[in-house]
Design a protein around this ligand. Structure first.
Ligand code: GLN
Length: 202
C-alpha cells in the first residue's frame, strides 16, 4: 500500500451517481480519493474514475462545461477507470440508443442490455484477478458487444466481457465499489502508481 508523499491522488467524477462508494474503495486500496466537479480539478490528479449512474445525465453536464475535451486530454497521459455508466462514456461506440462518447476504450457497448432496474443482479464468477471468485453487482448494466485487439478481458458474464483493460484505461460493466473485495480498485490504483512513476506505462 502506498501512503504519504508517494500516495496516488485519484479523482472520482462527482457530478451524479455513486461516487462516494468509489472514494471509499480507493481509500481502502491505499490511494487518496478526491471528488472532481470541474475540468480544472483534474490537473492535480494522477488517475480518474468515471462512476456508475446515468450516462445521459453525466454527458449533458460534461458537454456543457467543456469537460469532455479535458477528459480526452487527461486520458492521453493518465489512467481512467469507468464503471457501468462510466464505460458507456469511455466506449468507442454506444448503442441502444446511440449517444456521444469519449472513444477512449476500443469497445462497442449496448446500454441497459440486461433489462430493467428490477433485473439487476449480483453474480460471483472467475476473473483474472486471482483464484478467489469475484462478486459482480450489475445495475441496469451495459453489455460489451465488441472489443478491439488491444483490449484485455479480465472477467466475463455469459461469454461477454465485463471487466477489461486497454493499457491505462480500465472498465467494468458492474459496480466493484459496491462489493467488499478491493482487488479491482487495487488493480486500478497500481496502474495509476505505475503510470505516474518515471519509466511507467505512460
Ligand atoms: N443504465 C445506465 C446508463 O445507461 C447505467 C447504469 C449504471 O451506471 N448503474 O447510463
Amino acid at each position: 500500500m502506498t501512503q504519504g508523499a508517494n500516495q496516488s491522488r485519484i479523482g472520482v467524477l462527482a457530478i451524479q451517481g455513486d461516487f462516494s462508494a468509489h472514494a471509499l474503495a480507493l481509500e481502502e486500496s491505499g490511494a487518496k480519493a478526491l471528488e472532481i466537479r470541474k475540468p480544472e480539478e483534474i490537473d492535480g490528479i494522477d488517475g480518474l474514475i468515471l462512476p456508475g449512474g446515468e450516462s445521459t445525465t453525466m454527458l449533458k453536464f460534461l458537454e456543457r462545461s467543456g469537460f469532455l475535451d479535458a477528459l480526452k486530454d487527461f486520458a492521453t497521459e493518465r489512467p481512467v477507470f469507468g464503471t457501468c455508466a462510466g464505460i458507456i462514456l469511455l466506449a468507442r461506440e454506444v448503442r441502444h440508443p446511440a449517444q456521444v462518447s469519449l472513444g477512449l476504450l476500443d469497445a462497442v457497448v449496448e446500454r441497459n442490455a440486461y433489462g430493467r432496474q428490477i433485473d439487476s443482479s449480483i453474480l460471483v464468477g472467475p476473473s483474472e484477478l486471482g483464484a478467489e471468485p469475484l462478486e459482480m453487482v450489475f445495475i441496469r448494466a451495459p453489455r460489451i458487444l465488441e472489443t478491439g485487439p488491444e483490449v484485455e478481458v479480465l472477467a466475463r458474464r455469459d461469454g461477454f466481457p465485463v471487466l477489461v483493460r486497454q493499457g491505462r484505461i480500465m472498465a467494468a460493466t458492474f459496480h466493484p465499489e459496491l462489493s467488499t473485495d478491493r482487488r479491482v480498485h487495487r488493480l486500478f490504483a497500481d496502474i495509476v502508481s505505475n503510470s505516474s512513476q518515471p519509466g511507467g506505462i505512460g
